[in-house]
Ligand binder design. Structure first.
Ligand code: NAD
Ligand code: ISE
Length: 339
């Protein structure tokens, strides 16, 4: 049984604690920490857990009875905790973002390179979603031919706590990671187009992001985090031979009062429930096997480089190049395994 320590027991931290305790196999949460100690204690009580509550995340990471670490605290704290886990020789699952700057992600990559070992999995769960996996299989088999254009939309009902650039730094990273993986390609440039703003928010919303890849595929993505009507994720790949769409979540089609209706989910936790379960189960299995798989620190770094290009593109209104980086051999091997 893998003894897991969780740093950050907020919304998604509690969710992962719940799934490890009640749904998944092979691990148990034996240690927790949160800057809000009360929240850490409540998270344990909710799951009837007899876990030790640590005063600091670093103490938890260094504790001899913690085998592996989950970091689900606020984004700006991730880098410190991930570096501490690598230093302590412990596998670490870090929710997105790996770090809030590309420089921070690079420091994590360098720490792994120095140890010549991968410790980190980043929480890009869409790679574990059944629909995205089916889409990738189809693309890999060449069923729609070479992908030429991709249309994406990432819509959430409301995001009252978002600051100005968070649709780009907090929501869009999911598309960035998924598209690199789906297309087996890298981004070369980013442009951000700002449409008329919704009156339901004080920040710019929606955004349209245009990305270009090394192979020349063009992507347009609408990120609309106050769309009101639901949590709705779209991805349409236009290939040389045909078009492939991400499947919609299953939902009963109802005919009533002269209308045909389908429900639309409103909560991201529901939309990717199975994907989160699969993601964390595979992480536990990989920890047991002694070889971390899944989205790597390198993937987290590549996402951060693209996010930085998007933020600069938004403020400058120009097309901004995404920094090109050669993949170190440590990551090249595991990258192949994932594809
Ligand atoms: P949250 O605010 O609900 O929870 C974060 C918790 O971290 C809080 O309880 C806070 O007190 C704690 N915390 C902050 N600083 C800390 C520190 N230094 N040490 C220990 N605890 C600390 O936020 P959330 O929605 O759970 O998000 C957490 C992270 O997960 C974010 O990085 C977010 O982007 C990511 N996230 C990912 C997904 C996904 O779909 N993969 C979904 C939601 C959130
Ligand atoms: C949130 O942080 C997530 O990661 C969700 O998966 C995402 O869809 C949402 O837009 C983000 O705010």
């Amino acid at each position: 049984m893998i003894r897991v320590g969780v740093v950050g027991t907020g919304m998604i931290g509690q969710d992962h604690i719940h799934r490890i305790t009640n749904v998944l196999k092979g691990a148990q949460v034996t240690a927790v920490n949160d800057v809000d100690e009360q929240r850490a204690r409540q998270a344990c009580a909710k799951e009837h857990l007899d876990a030790e509550v640590y005063e600091s995340g670093i103490d938890l990471i260094q504790a001899p009875d913690v085998d592996a670490v989950i970091v689900t605290s606020w984004g700006p704290t991730h880098e410190e905790f991930v570096l501490a886990a690598i230093e302590a020789d412990k596998p670490v699952f870090c929710e997105k973002p790996l770090a809030v700057t590309a420089e921070g992600c690079k420091r994590i990559v360098e720490a792994e390179l120095q140890k010549e070992k991968q410790y980190v999995q980043v929480g890009y769960m869409r790679r574990y979603d059944k629909g995205y996996k089916a889409l990738k299989k189809l693309v890999d088999e060449g069923q729609v031919g070479e992908p030429l254009v991709v249309h994406c939309a990432h819509r959430a009902p409301s995001a009252p706590n978002f600051s100005e650039d968070m649709p780009l730094t907090d929501s869009f990273p999911h598309e960035i990671d998924t598209l690199r993986w789906l297309l087996d390609d890298e981004f070369v440039s980013a442009q951000v187009v700002l449409p008329r703003k919704t009156s339901h928010s004080s920040i710019q919303d929606p955004h349209i992001i245009l990305l270009e890849t090394e192979k020349g595929t063009r992507i347009d993505a609408e990120i609309f985090v106050n769309c009101q009507y639901g949590y709705d994720i779209h991805c349409e790949i236009i290939g040389e031979q045909g078009i492939a769409n991400l499947p919609e979540p299953a939902s009963v089609l109802m005919r009533k009062q002269a209308k045909r209706t389908n429900e639309i989910l409103v909560d991201w936790k529901e939309r990717f429930l199975e994907a989160y379960d699969k993601e964390i189960q595979e992480w536990i299995d990989s920890v047991q096997a002694g070889k971390v798989t899944g989205p790597s620190a390198w993937d987290g770094y590549k996402v951060a480089l693209t996010v930085e290009a998007c933020v600069e593109a938004k403020s400058s209104r120009e097309i901004i190049a995404v920094h090109k980086q050669e993949i170190p051999s440590l990551y090249a091997a595991s990258d192949k395994l994932l594809k």
